[in-house]
Ligand binder design. Structure first.
Ligand SMILES: [Ca+2]
Length: 240
């Protein structure tokens, strides 16, 4: 009986470990487990990505629909997008696509997430691999990330697929770090900088204006001087 109990316990532990190691769900709310998702913070018109197959472009990663996917055979695949403010991201949720179980090896391997606050200079936040996912369909995987910096711009870089000529995922969701709300502090700080160039052109007409009045002044003096000369000549002619 003791042997049976030990075997049963071993099986239970093995199943538990497997469940924890490959925690995933076909339901986003279950996989997110109360975390704050930044789906509605994505500026949809900011999305720029490597072309995908027909109707399978990078914009499909941000539509909160696992039935639409980003599917491409162009590598390295790259996607950049902007949020409506700067947020600290400490996890992402990636969802597999409609036929990963049939076409195995299409998960990204590796995948690299970068952050930026100017859309030009990017910092590597995390590098993941195909081991974060499985060859299953329509399944959300939460991947924790070690990051404490708020970024407003993000870039996903996928050098290759795990074991196929085609890479595909259906959703790429940023997860905000609990208690980190830095967006309001970042956004106002950027606005004055953007206004500075607008003021510079306004000063140019002011520089030109004195030159015009100087010309008018010189012209006035010249006219007065000419009038004086003419007057002098006229008076001299009258005196003769
Ligand atoms: Ca989608």
């Amino acid at each position: 009986m003791k042997k049976l109990s030990i075997i049963a316990l071993a099986i239970f532990l093995l199943v538990s470990f497997t469940t924890v190691a490959f925690a995933a769900s076909e339901d986003l709310a279950t996989e997110a487990a109360g975390r704050t998702l930044l789906i509605d913070k994505v500026k949809l018109d900011s999305i720029v990505g490597t072309p995908g197959f027909n109707n399978e472009g990078a914009e499909n990663l941000f539509d909160n629909d696992p039935a639409t996917k980003f599917c491409t055979n162009q590598f390295p695949a790259e996607v950049t997008w902007e949020l409506d403010g700067a947020y600290v991201v400490d996890a992402v949720i990636i969802c597999t696509a409609n036929d990963n179980a049939q076409y195995m090896g299409r998960n990204p391997d590796p995948w690299k997430l970068y952050g930026s606050n100017d859309g030009s200079n990017y910092t590597l936040i995390h590098e993941g691999s195909a081991s974060d996912l499985e060859d299953v369909n329509f399944t959300y995987f939460l991947i924790n990330i070690n990051n404490d910096t708020a970024y407003s711009h993000y870039k996903l870089e996928i050098p290759a697929a795990e074991a196929a000529d085609v890479m595909q995922i259906s959703e790429f969701i940023l997860v905000q770090k609990d208690g980190a709300v830095e967006a309001p502090a970042e956004t106002p700080a950027e606005e004055p900088a953007a206004e500075e160039p607008a003021e510079a052109p306004a000063e140019q007409p002011q520089v030109i204006a004195p030159a015009t009045s100087d010309f008018a002044t010189v012209a006035s003096f010249a006219a007065l001087a000419l009038a004086g000369v003419v007057g002098t000549i006229a008076s001299k002619k009258r005196s003769k």
